[in-house]
Design a protein around this ligand. Structure first.
Ligand code: ADP
Ligand code: ZN
Ligand code: ZN
Length: 731
């Protein structure tokens, strides 16, 4: 090949699990660092890719290699530690590197926007004014000439316009002492510091002392009951790092990013806080990304993909509600932000804190294996008592809109004391099914194996699995009867039942249907905070992170689903929800009470949970998992397949299973293939194959071999497949 060209290995966002090689002229190769973006020809299109590395040899014959069209950056958009992590993640989650990298970049950067932040400014120094520059350093001369004429300073973006490849030039001038950077937005002399905080309890103090001992990387679990002051610990520990002018990354669950949390942080921390979540526009996200990069913000609070922010000077990582399922991406690149955050903290060599009142069994197992250390907060801050639990046996009980008589009775008593009552039901809509009383017809989704949910207020039937919506039937399509009845209970129905039973009480419903509009969740939460005599009805949206000081009674309307599910994680999930919702109840002067409705009052795990608490429940469940060799005592991956043709997905997975039998070591077992729990969804028939291995290593090796076999031999146009490593849902 020609000596005046070099080869770049580029990641391009496509589902293909490989990289692509391109040529670049030698004189430009210097700028082509790993992590820079390039525009390249791809098929008949142009695509934006990210350089993985510069190599001297390609498996593609030289004459077939195409040239890079444009190099967009003169310094890495993805810093090397992050690129390293993303390459690991691509390997670990068996997902195409191009898509993995795309997931880590804000949309604006994927679209080619500049990374430059115009608040970075340069000004000329006295030495620079006097400098004699060799004539051939034309760019240096040009920069100095511009800065000599500038009244004060020029933004880097301004300087760069019309002068490509400027970053190294600025660096050279800076090293020579001729120019210096100034940050216009911030006064670098003022340390970021916090306003005074409440005095910590003895428990909180010993937690902070433990955390301070952690030098460099280490994982700590902050296991503290709801309301025990975990957030207060975060705030104080963050403040210590801000005083040293360093950055903090905090991940929160999707829904936890409430105005409440933000206002608490911003009144307490006198430091720029940047947010990262799905409600932001592309340009707002780009701003946050730039602030991470330049160091112009100190605290980054964000959901899942914030784990990829390129912090300049990280000091600390916090994962709040580390057990929350939203940290696992459930489609495409199926990564766990919690697990990647641990790896990131290790590369950064900084401590990471996982906080929860209901830690995941994975994390508890890591504590037991002494990989993580645990610290505990066992008491509520300010002396409030934990709530009292009671099980309500629903068998043979008359129900009024899903509420048993003892529950209604207690609700009246609490409301008479001017308190709030919270009712939790993780099912939205009016009724989960619509039935014809005359002939037994049930409204089903034509595209899924599922009943349609009745949304009475909108007079619609909706499929919660594929999004299908249609008008509520007035007549049965088979027998024309108009005796159609909603079967079962959703939050909307509870609400309408309460309006009759508690006509003089204000009712606030919080679920996805009532919070669709931007800002509506904040408004409803505001009403709750100001309210006195009130009933709140809601789904898991209510259970997370909020603090409702006036709630004294929590009613959990249906636990039976969680006790009898095909998913081995269902009981863990249910226990976490019960404890999280219950944690909303009670404050210092009024103890809380939790009533749990169930048809299985003698269920041993439910019993352990309410009589001995979450930790005892978790230990019992861990024992079960150990006996059955399920995660965290083994490692799991699910290969899912779907097709519009009836048996194609199952046939495909049968072939895969056959090949697996020849590949897999004895320590790896597979189960299936079998039809997915909901076999048809959105018009596709789905099946799955579960792989379980004693060791992570053998699972990884086998998966890698297996996917190569699938891609070369078994792939078929009619079957879509995906791999989920460390799945948290068995659907
Ligand atoms: P968690 O995050 O564990 O749910 P929070 O940090 O939100 O707990 O604390 C619960 C409540 O107790 C909050 O209103 C908080 O302001 C208050 N609180 C926490 N720590 C203290 C303390 N040391 N002194 C007084 N109040 C505290
Ligand atoms: Zn009918
Ligand atoms: Zn559907």
């Amino acid at each position: 090949m020609s000596t005046s060209l070099e080869i770049l290995r580029v990641a391009i966002p496509t589902p293909l699990r490989r990289h692509f090689d391109y040529l670049v002229p030698l004189q430009h190769a210097e700028w082509c660092q790993p992590g820079c973006r390039v525009r390249v020809p791809f098929g008949r299109q142009q695509r934006l890719g990210v350089i993985l590395e510069r190599v001297t040899h390609s498996d593609v014959p030289p004459h077939k290699l195409k040239r890079v069209e444009k190099v967009l950056d003169d310094s890495a958009v993805i810093p090397s530690d992050l690129l390293d992590l993303l390459r690991f993640a691509s390997d670990y989650y068996q997902h195409a590197i191009g898509e993995v990298i795309a997931a880590a970049l804000p949309a604006a950067l994927r679209a080619g926007k500049s990374t430059q932040h115009n608040s970075v400014h340069w000004r000329i120094t006295a030495a620079g004014h006097a400098a004699q520059i060799p004539v051939r350093a034309a760019k240096q001369t040009a920069v100095l000439a511009r800065l000599r004429q500038a009244p004060h300073a020029l933004s880097e973006a301004d300087l760069k316009s019309g002068l490509p490849g400027l970053s190294p030039v600025l660096q050279r001038l800076h090293t020579a002492g001729w120019i210096e950077p100034i940050t216009i937005a911030l006064d670098p002399m003022t340390p970021w510091a916090a306003t005074p905080a409440p005095a910590l309890s003895a428990e909180q103090t010993s937690v902070i002392e433990h955390l301070r001992e952690q030098q460099g990387f280490g994982v700590s679990l902050l296991d503290g009951i709801t309301g025990s002051g975990k957030t207060e610990v975060y705030l104080q520990w963050i403040a210590e790092h801000l005083a040293r002018h360093r950055q903090v990354l905090m991940l929160v669950p999707e829904i936890g990013l409430t105005p409440q949390l933000l206002s608490r942080f911003s009144t307490r921390l006198h430091a720029p806080i940047a947010l990262w979540h799905s409600g932001l526009s592309d340009s707002e996200r780009l701003q946050t990304w730039r602030a991470a990069r330049t160091g112009s913000a100190a605290v980054f609070i964000g959901t899942r993909s914030a784990v990829f922010l390129p912090l300049r000077d990280p000091a600390l990582v916090i994962i709040d509600e580390e057990h929350d399922p939203s940290f696992k991406q459930q489609e495409g690149f199926r990564y766990s932000a919690r697990d990647l955050a641990v790896l990131r903290a290790r590369r950064w060599n900084v401590p990471i804190l996982l906080g929860s009142a209901t830690p995941s069994l994975e994390t508890l197992a890591n504590v037991a294996r002494q990989r993580y250390t645990a610290v505990h907060l066992t008491q509520r801050a300010g002396g409030a008592q934990p709530p009292r639990f009671q099980i309500l046996d629903m068998r043979r009980q008359p129900l009024d809109h899903g509420l048993s008589m003892p529950l209604i009775q207690r609700m009246r008593e609490h409301l008479n004391d001017q308190a709030q009552v919270l009712l939790f039901l993780n099912r939205r809509g009016f009724a989960p099914a619509l039935l014809c009383h005359d002939c037994g017809w049930i409204a089903t989704c034509p595209r899924c194996d599922a009943h349609l949910t009745l949304h009475r207020h909108e007079q619609q039937l909706r499929c919660h699995h594929c999004g299908l919506q249609r008008r509520e039937n007035q007549q049965c399509p088979t027998c024309q009867s108009s005796a159609l009845v909603g079967i079962g209970i959703g939050t909307e129905r509870i609400e309408s039942g309460l309006r009759t039973a508690f006509a003089d009480v204000e009712i606030v419903r919080i679920d996805r249907d009532t919070t669709r509009r931007k800002g509506s969740l904040g408004k409803l939460l505001e009403r709750v905070r100001e309210g006195r005599r009130q009933i709140l009805v809601g789904t898991q949206m209510l259970s997370k992170g909020h603090h409702f000081p006036n709630v004294t009674l929590v009613g959990i309307l249906d636990t039976d689903q969680g006790l009898h599910s095909a998913d081995f994680r269902a009981t863990e999930r249910m226990a976490q929800q019960i404890m999280q919702v219950s944690g909303r109840a009670g404050r210092a002067d009024r103890p809380g009470e939790v009533l749990i409705q169930t048809h299985h009052p003698d269920h041993p795990l439910l019993h352990t949970l309410i009589t001995q608490g979450y930790n005892a429940f978790a230990q019992a469940t861990l024992q079960e998992r150990e006996q059955t060799e399920l995660p965290p005592f083994s490692h799991m991956a699910i290969l899912r397949a779907e097709s519009t043709r009836a048996s194609a997905a199952l046939d495909f997975l049968r072939q895969v299973a056959d090949r697996l039998a020849t590949l897999a070591p004895a320590t790896l077992h597979h189960y299936g293939p079998f039809p997915a729990p909901m076999e048809k969804r959105a018009g596709r028939v789905r099946a799955q194959l579960v792989l379980i291995s004693k060791t992570r290593g053998s699972l990884q090796t086998t998966l890698r071999q297996l996917l190569t076999v699938i891609e070369t031999d078994l792939a078929s146009r009619s079957v879509r497949w995906s791999i989920d490593v460390d799945p948290i849902d068995m659907y």
